[in-house]
Design a protein around this ligand. Structure first.
Ligand code: ATP
Length: 270
């Protein structure tokens, strides 16, 4: 059961250099997640508790999962991921049991970064969600909060949650001692987009006429995930044309294609 719903990675292959345009967010994640794992004695000596949980919020595909993986990589911590939607079950007690299992797995793999994606699935206000009115979902959330409260020494397990729906969250989970550090992860700025284009084309055979600044300029709504899709798609256009070098025109066509697809598919970021 565990294997199906939890992703456990000993050393995720994402580093800070793979993330474009989130310098401030990276800095905050390093202070709140990396420092307590690397130098817990600093907090003891200063006499403060590190933040309990960190909540990353922002639109889909902006790098929230990447940030959590990079910090796990940097601290040689095990990365453990579960989606909030996996915790919503039909059978009584199943969600709460999965939460207990999740923390047990984390304790077995210390140091660990526990990443709970789509936290809104179990932590939406009653009025906003069909599921959270459910007493069972409430119990699952209570179990999560009590596991967080139960940490005597939180140094070795850090909890990061993520959501695309900050507006829907039950404010109770944001109280001190819970997810008390909020980090907004927005869509990239033009400068950020240029960096992300550079990152995703690192291993690509890019022609001299490709201008990343211009690509950043013509993709104002793109998320990091959209940019990654544009790069892959540009490569496909070159292959279709039986070329091994990717030209500016390939990137332009790719952006048009990615945009058209996101208009068709409501689940893709806008
Ligand atoms: P969701 O809310 O949908 O789970 P997310 O914010 O967690 O999304 P990620 O899974 O981190 O998004 O990003 C998806 C992919 O998009 C990454 O694997 C990466 O290829 C690309 N990507 C997103 N943001 C960035 C970024 N800031 N820099 C570089 N690549 C990015």
């Amino acid at each position: 059961v565990r294997a199906r719903v939890m992703e456990v990675t000993e050393s995720p292959d994402v580093s800070y250099e793979d993330i474009g345009g989130l310098e401030e967010q990276m800095q905050e994640v390093r202070e709140t997640v990396e420092m307590p794992l690397k130098s817990p004695e600093m907090f003891t000596e200063v006499g403060i508790d590190p933040p309990s949980g960190v909540l990353l919020y922002g639109p889909p595909g902006t790098g929230k999962t990447m940030l959590a993986k990079a910090v796990a990589n940097q601290t040689d911590a095990t990365f453990i991921k579960m989606a909030g939607s996996e915790l919503v079950h039909k059978f009584i007690g199943e969600g709460a049991k999965l939460v207990r299992d999740l923390f047990e797995v984390a304790r077995e793999h210390e140091p660990a970064v526990l990443f709970i994606d789509e936290i809104d699935a179990i932590a939406a206000t009653r009025t906003e969600s069909k599921t959270s009115g459910d007493a069972e979902v409430q119990r699952t959330m209570m179990q999560l909060l009590s596991e967080m409260d139960g940490f005597e020494d939180r140094g070795e397990i850090r909890i990061i949650a993520a959501t695309n729906r900050f507006d829907m969250l039950d404010r109770a989970i944001l109280r001190p001692g819970r997810f008390d550090r909020l980090i907004e992860v927005p869509k990239p700025t033009e400068e950020g987009r240029e960096l992300i284009f550079q990152i995703h084309t690192r291993n690509m055979n890019v022609a001299d006429d490709v201008d990343f600044a211009e690509l950043a300029e013509i993709t104002p709504e793109a998320s990091g995930a959209d940019i990654k899709a544009v790069c892959t798609e540009a490569g496909m256009f070159a292959i279709r044309d039986e070329r091994t070098e990717i030209r500016m025109e390939d990137f332009r066509s790719a952006w048009e294609k990615v945009q058209a697809e996101s208009e068709e598919d409501p689940s893709v970021s806008k």
